[in-house]
Design a protein. Structure first.
Lengths: 342, 332
């Protein structure tokens, strides 16, 4: 990484993160409008960054899983995080939410450094995540799953738990809120079923609804659409857009490019641990670095006739050298040059 | 027939005696730890040992009052739980299991070692520490009393009565805890602790609380046993008791308030009924002496318990009180 010149990082440092633009009635348009003038460069400064990542690296033995020089996430927008398998997207999620500790680097949320914080502290600050492999709490009912998400519960202290009078009214309020959310996610009919009986897609919905019980500012969704049928995908997409309407900042990892194009305000592309491109969704498919990362750098255009000949000749030569008889049987036309080399 | 009724009465006595209280308290502690929170404590007997010896050493060796001994025993259990929990509760569940099983065996060997003899009196153990407690009985403890067709000494009756009151209070505590938001958090930890962390709960603190509470219940069990037998010897606290308590818990139904209590009573009932019943059948000649001699009975009754548990797990994996739907869900 030292070899990598980072003019973008310098720009970002110079510009800094401007003070919060007051959240208007339509945060969606706000975020999109704000991002319209942002150049499509890696590490570019955003007008109103909720999360700022600086020089974060994480290695597993010899493998560098994450090496992000500078990354800012726009507040109130939906940021898609894409990249081939093993690009370090989930590792970055783990680092940002305290589930993993980096080798170096700092990151902050609303200007407050988050490094070294344990997962539950990050969550209490308002950054809540879901998991790639859904973590429904199987042997609790759907409603209990939801209630677990509520913050600041008096009845969660050991001694106060013994006096129901202390927490009962709060529990009632939380239950109402949970039922409201379950209705929005169409899970209210299932509220008394064990979460373990839900289908994969319903579990995704439950996990998202449960995360919302914490009243988060930033929601980080790790592959929210994986393994979900197309009809449910549409409804999940609607929910994710809803989060933005409510002023939340959404970061999500996804492999389905249609989904990414549909809902993201901004897309960040990672490969081999680095951010290789960022920009609005329409900019990404034309980006050479992204195409290289997904398809390999040497795929190029279809082979021309000349190139085909050259490749063929090389193959013959190597065969000939191995066999020690020459390639004359296959290609008499090129024989003299071939022979001369020998 | 009369002999079978006698065997039944003797088994009933075992099911409500202080030994059953001991097992029930161990299992109630494991229920909090394993049943609700998912912690694998394979050394519950270590907490019982500290409870029993807490009283025995305080009273017999240091001449302290009985109730100070109780406080010392409980404090020792809390300390052990903290010592075991601090290094292991941040790690995977297996590490607590390894640490507890080693501690249980290590502590027993330490208490019976020569170098500890000045304090613990080695393998001969300590006695004569329960008079103050027995003296509190509202009836004459030197007398014998008839109860449900068996004779009880007044002291045994008193220990058993206080023991069952303890068990009842523990059940009440468990019931209050598991229906509260606290209980919801620990049950969620059992299912998936990362999900709970992501929702802003300090998982480590909850696991520690469960470990300490379960350990304190184990210590209470050990106290009941020590006071009931009137002596404390290291070999009373064999770690097999931990697994007997697990068996009782599974028999009754884990993560059910009354599961461990009924499981422990039933366990003692079956052991004692098999024992007396088989001996009766052998002495009557119903079971020929060549097939099974009276000396084999002590082993055979545990074979029967094992057989019963296997059948239970095949036909009723949720235990007596459990919810089959719940158990059949693949946890995580």
């Amino acid at each position: 990484m030292p070899a990598d010149p980072t003019p973008h990082g310098a720009t970002a440092a110079g510009a800094g993160a401007p003070a919060s633009l007051g959240k208007g009635a339509a945060p969606q348009r706000l975020a999109q409008a704000a991002l319209r003038d942002v150049p499509w460069e890696v590490g570019v400064a955003k007008p109103d960054a909720a999360i700022v990542v600086d020089d974060v690296t994480r290695t597993f033995g010899g493998l560098t899983a994450v090496a992000v020089d500078h990354l800012e996430i726009q507040r109130g927008g939906i940021t898609g995080l894409i990249g081939p398998n093993g690009a370090g997207k989930t590792t970055l999620f783990n680092l940002l939410t305290g589930f993993d500790q980096p080798d170096s680097g700092t990151w902050s949320f609303n200007g407050r450094p988050l490094g070294k914080l344990s997962p539950h502290r990050v969550s209490r600050l308002g950054v809540v995540r879901t998991f790639q492999l859904t973590k429904a709490l199987s042997r609790l009912t759907v409603l209990q799953n939801m209630l677990l998400g509520a913050q600041g519960q008096k009845g969660e202290g050991f001694f106060r738990a013994l006096v129901p009078g202390v927490w009962r009214s709060q529990e009632r309020e939380n239950t109402e809120k949970a039922l409201e959310l379950l209705r929005r996610f169409k899970l209210d009919a299932k509220k008394d079923d064990f979460a373990g009986t839900l289908s994969g897609g319903q579990r995704k919905l439950l996990e998202m609804a449960r995360a919302l019980m914490t009243d988060p500012e930033v929601v980080m969704l790790d592959e929210p659409m994986a393994g979900v049928n197309p009809a449910l995908t549409q409804s999940l997409l609607g929910h994710v857009k809803d989060l933005r309407e409510q002023g939340m900042t959404v970061i999500f990892v996804e492999h389905d490019m249609d989904v990414v194009r549909d809902i993201s305000d901004w897309v960040v592309v990672m490969a081999s641990g680095k951010v290789i491109a960022e920009g609005p969704p329409e900019s990404i498919s034309q980006n050479q670095a992204v195409v290289d990362a997904y398809l390999g750098a040497h795929h190029d255009a279809p082979l021309t006739v000349d190139e085909e000949d050259r490749v063929l000749a090389e193959a013959e030569r190597s065969i000939a050298q191995e066999e020690g008889t020459g390639g004359d049987v296959i290609d008499p036309e090129r024989r003299p040059r071939h022979g001369g080399q020998r | 027939m009369a002999e079978l009724i006698d065997a039944f009465a003797i088994a009933l006595k075992a099911a409500i005696g202080f030994q059953a209280v001991f097992l029930a308290l161990l299992a109630l502690g494991l229920n909090i730890q394993f049943g609700y929170t998912g912690l694998l404590n394979f050394g519950q007997i270590a907490f019982a040992l500290l409870g029993g010896y807490g009283i025995a050493i305080s009273v017999s060796q240091w001449g302290l009052p009985f109730w100070v001994g109780v406080v010392i025993g409980l404090a020792a259990a809390v300390l052990l739980a903290l010592l075991l929990g601090i290094p292991t509760l941040r790690l995977r569940a297996d590490y607590l299991a390894i640490a507890t099983i080693a501690t249980a065996e290590g502590l027993r060997l330490l208490f019976r070692s020569v170098s500890a003899t000045p304090v613990t009196n080695g393998t001969r153990g300590l006695s004569g520490f329960n008079q103050d407690f027995i003296a509190l009985a509202p009836w004459d403890t030197a007398e014998r009393y008839d109860l449900l067709g068996t004779r009880w000494s007044g002291a045994d009756l008193w220990v058993a009565l206080v023991g069952w009151v303890l068990v009842a209070l523990t059940c009440l505590l468990t019931w209050l805890l598991v229906r509260s938001p606290w209980g919801r958090v620990v049950k969620s930890i059992r299912e998936d602790e990362d999900a709970v962390r992501a929702l802003g709960k300090n998982v480590y603190v909850y696991k520690m609380q469960a470990l300490v509470l379960g350990g304190v219940l184990g210590a209470l069990g050990g106290m009941v046993y020590a006071v009931g037998t009137g002596s404390a010897t290291p070999d009373q606290y064999q770690n097999a008791n931990t697994f007997l308590a697990y068996a009782a818990l599974i028999l009754g139904g884990a993560a059910r308030v009354l599961g461990p209590v009924v499981g422990a009573m039933l366990m003692y009932f079956i052991i004692q009924f098999a024992d007396t019943g088989l001996r009766t059948l052998i002495s009557n000649g119903v079971i020929p002496e060549d097939l099974l001699s009276a000396t084999d009975v002590a082993q055979i009754r545990f074979v029967l318990i094992g057989l019963g548990l296997i059948l239970l797990l095949v036909f009723r994996p949720q235990g007596i009180f459990g919810d089959r739907r719940e158990v059949m869900l693949d946890a995580r």
